[in-house]
Design a protein around this ligand. Structure first.
Ligand SMILES: Cc1cc2nc3c(=O)[nH]c(=O)nc-3n(C[C@H](O)[C@H](O)[C@H](O)COP(=O)(O)OP(=O)(O)OC[C@H]3O[C@@H](n4cnc5c(N)ncnc54)[C@H](O)[C@@H]3O)c2cc1C
Length: 473
């Protein structure tokens, strides 16, 4: 392999242009560090830009207006419970303590605009999730890009980091990159080195689209299991870190989201119906039995694990009242026939091959429970906005699980420094975002990744910025 020219030298190299990497870059550059962002794809944004951009935070005006009482402690308890203790309480505490600040930063400093509502997603004990006006990560990424342009930080596209450069003292001092990278011929292109005076930050995201790596970790996640991720969500940089002795945690915990449909690729638009309407207002029905099989407000792991037992498929159902009350615009998914509309439950059952009488009985039992504000079958926590599902037309969508988020990854300390297998710090190496493995443990709660990316990304950027000040003294 021929290495071209003399290496470029900067203060900070950030690898990855998602929420985490761009947050690092903004804070480091704001502290006068010379920063470059490297992105292997031809476009910025990673999974962040295709996400809903939803962020979780407590103590907000939206919660106040909705009469929701929430604290950092409550959020911490929810995340630790959902993570089944496999998450690092120090990191979770940081993420929760600074969640409100990160949400405010996205609004006040970046200028992201959110819908004036607060959503409840499964596993959170109170509504605390906020969705950008465009229901997407696009506006946040674009605002971050603008901010970086104002700070004169270049984002180099089509530049993949192939390996880390480590000096004789085990300090990471730079990266070897492939210019002109393409996923179809990943080893072609021109190799060159870039050196970092202060640090290399790994913000390369998760590996939900890396079938061979994920299947090694969880054999049931074969290529038959679709993904919501971009094809760029692969593990090569995580593996490069592991090859120099970086410690990992929870790698085999790969979250599958139960709110997507096999009738479109990726996360798709149907997830709006699944994640925002069926989960909060509707029911999940096993096609074979016509019965419910889980608390629809349970966390993603609990629900997804049950899907794997339902070989004949699952259909999500809500009624007209739910769709109206939820207030989300379903026009495009209805037009594409991803969400179907039925005048009555029997026609719906016929269409999906669900036993009719069983479905009608299931709905009677469920509705009877709701009238008494209880769920005798699965003990769902009945919320004030939930009503019996009885008003036609009925809306339905075929549902399936798709790999969505990799909970495991690099082990970091509270400043985002990567630890080695012997629990010492690998000097010069930092990480933030989905590539890390300390925050979510057994299961990530909805909207908590964006919070984590912004909180931990900013902390890493600020740590690197303060190291600039140190050297100026
Ligand atoms: C469809 C979808 C919807 C979601 N919705 C939400 C939501 O509403 N709220 C929430 O909290 N979470 C959500 N998530 C999860 C969340 O979006 C991600 O976990 C988060 O955006 C990850 O950010 P990141 O910066 O760590 O990584 P990414 O945004 O994935 O960025 C990583 C970048 O690194 C680049 N990269 C990787 N390897 C290399 C390399 N070797 N060299 C150079 N570049 C490299 C990648 O190409 C990518 O652009 C969603 C996820 C998906 C897929």
């Amino acid at each position: 392999m021929e290495i071209s020219s003399r290496p470029q030298v900067v203060d900070v190299i950030v690898v990855g242009s998602g929420f985490a990497g761009l947050s690092v870059a903004i804070e480091a550059a704001s502290g006068n560090a010379e920063v470059i962002v490297l992105e292997k794809m031809k476009a910025i944004g990673g999974n962040s830009i295709i996400s809903d951009g939803g962020i979780a935070a407590w103590g907000t005006k939206e919660q106040q207006d909705a009469g929701v009482i929430d604290t950092a402690e409550k959020m911490f308890e929810d995340m630790m419970r959902s993570g089944e203790g496999l998450n690092d309480p120090k990191i979770v505490r940081l993420v929760c303590d600074r969640a409100a600040e990160a949400y405010a930063w996205s609004k006040d400093v970046l200028g992201v605009k959110y819908q004036p509502r607060v959503n409840l997603f499964g596993g959170h004990s109170v509504p605390r999730c906020y969705t950008p006006e465009d229901i997407s990560g696009v506006s946040t990424i674009l605002r971050m890009k603008e901010k970086l342009a104002s700070l004169s930080v270049p984002i180099h596209l089509g530049v993949s980091v192939a390996s880390l450069i480590v000096d004789d003292h085990r300090r990471v001092v730079g990266v070897r990159v492939i210019d002109g990278y393409s996923m179809t011929s990943p080893h072609e292109g021109e190799y060159r080195d870039i050196l970092a005076r202060k640090g290399v930050v790994i913000a390369s995201g998760g590996f939900g689209a890396d079938v061979s790596f994920r299947q090694r970790l969880d054999p049931k996640l074969t290529s038959d299991i679709l993904t919501t991720n971009k094809r760029s969500a692969t593990s090569e940089l995580l593996q490069a870190c592991m090859s120099i002795g970086a410690k990992t945690a929870n790698l085999d915990i790969i979250q599958c989201i139960p709110w997507t449909t096999p009738d479109e690729n990726g996360y798709g638009k149907g997830a709006l119906f699944g994640d925002y309407i069926v989960s909060s207002y509707g029911v999940l029905i096993d096609v074979k039995s016509g019965e419910r099989f889980v608390d629809e407000l349970g966390n993603r792991k609990i629900i997804a694990d049950r899907y794997f037992e339902k070989k004949h498929g699952v259909v999500g159902i809500a009624d007209d009242t739910a769709v109206r009350d939820a207030g989300w615009d379903l026009a495009s998914v209805i037009q594409k026939k991803i969400v179907l509309i039925f005048d009555d439950l029997k026609t719906l059952a016929d269409h999906y091959g669900i036993p009719k009488d069983a479905l009608v009985k299931t709905m009677e039992v469920y509705n009877e429970g709701l009238r008494k504000r209880e769920d005798p079958c699965f003990h769902k926590s009945i919320q004030p906005w939930m009503n019996p599902i009885q008003t036609p037309p009925f809306y339905a969508m075929r549902m399936c699980v798709k790999t969505h988020y990799t909970c495991g990854g690099l082990v970091i300390d509270p400043s985002g420094r990567v630890l080695s297998n012997d629990d010492t710090i690998i000097e010069g190496l930092y990480a933030a975002g989905e590539v890390t493995g300390c925050t979510h443990g057994a299961n990530r709660l909805g909207s908590c990744s964006v919070t984590e990316c912004l909180v931990m990304g900013r902390i890493v950027g600020q740590t690197l910025a303060s190291s600039m000040n140190d050297s100026c003294k």
